[in-house]
Design a protein around this ligand. Structure first.
Ligand code: ADP
Ligand code: MG
Length: 293
């Protein structure tokens, strides 16, 4: 291969908003047949907003917001940022957090105002022997059916409420999926979020296959499984939780709007965080390598 053509290719990439780690990356880009997409921050904006607070019978929404908001204020997860901001807008100053632990892919836990608090997926509350009453269970299912993310809040052994946050699909995601399909790629959504919310988002952008409720450490195994089936896999992601999968993929693409860890683990960076640049990258690599042969 003539290095000049490859270098021209990487230069053209930069003009398209695609940073390419090395000219050799173009070769793996060309062979890709499957593209795995993280949901939050990749297909969606990742900028969530607090939409709703549902309380268990006898609980007050402001208490749920104050305590959950205080705990989430220590986390950088998009869900946590939305909850802390929404809580502060509604109840004012949040109490101090005494201890805080992030449980990757499940939620957060800690001590606020002397209470042992947990916020996250119902599975995390179940791990702490907190049972969701019927009204909270119903609120969770209703929110998820609409593609929203709902997290449960509990403290001192009792489930107290559900917080509903929503994230918008990026305006360019559906067009990007259409372009990727036209290039012969099969899109797959991979997320730690619940299956119903993931399905609703996938439907909005035209993705048929959804792999949901995958813990961060298991995302890499999903990529390995696809590879063992003979697929040449590209992975697009933005989060710390995507880094191992991005490194394992035949081609890792990071959102330029994402975390440094994801960018470092990837072969390509889509500078503007626009998924259409993934299709541009594949088109560019095919064209560049055709010039060489
Ligand atoms: P994704 O793969 O979509 O980027 P994550 O793996 O980061 O999602 O999170 C998976 C799920 O874990 C979230 O949808 C949420 O239910 C729960 N979760 C993670 N972090 C938090 C948090 N800080 N507060 C509440 N829930 C959380
Ligand atoms: Mg993400």
């Amino acid at each position: 291969a003539t290095p000049t053509a490859l270098l021209v290719g990487t230069g053209r990439g930069a003009q398209l908003g695609i940073l390419i780690k090395g000219p050799e990356v173009l070769e793996s880009t060309r062979r890709v047949d499957t593209i795995v997409l993280d949901k939050t921050g990749t297909v969606t904006t990742g900028k969530m907003a607090l939409l709703d607070v549902v309380t268990a019978d006898g609980e007050h929404a402001d208490d749920v917001l104050r305590i959950a908001g205080a705990l989430e204020d220590s986390s950088e997860h998009p869900i946590a940022v939305a909850i802390a901001k929404g809580a502060r807008e509604r109840v004012g100053t949040l109490p101090e957090v005494e201890t805080f632990t992030n449980i990757e892919g499940l939620g957060v836990q800690g001590v606020v105002d002397g209470h042992a608090v947990v916020v996250g997926r119902p599975r995390l509350l179940a791990d702490w022997s907190l049972r969701l009453p019927a009204e909270l269970d119903a609120a969770l299912s209703a929110a998820e059916a609409k593609g929203r993310t709902a997290v449960a809040v509990g403290w001192d052994g009792v489930a107290r409420g559900v917080l509903v946050v929503a994230d918008a699909v990026k305006p360019t995601s559906a067009a990007a999926i259409t372009q990727l399909r036209a290039l012969g790629l099969t899109p797959i959504m991979l997320t730690g979020d619940n299956a119903a919310a993931a399905r609703a988002i996938a439907d909005q952008v035209g993705i048929e296959t959804v792999i949901a409720e995958v813990l961060p450490q298991d995302k890499v195994d999903t990529i390995k499984r696809l590879q063992s089936e003979g697929k040449v896999v590209a992975m697009v992601g933005d989060g710390i939780n995507d880094a191992a999968a991005l490194a394992q993929a035949d081609l890792g693409l990071a959102m330029g709007t994402g975390t440094d860890v994801a960018i470092e683990a990837s072969d390509l960076t889509l500078v503007r965080g626009d998924l259409r640049a993934a299709a541009d990258a594949i088109r560019l690599s095919r064209r560049t390598l055709r010039t060489i042969k």
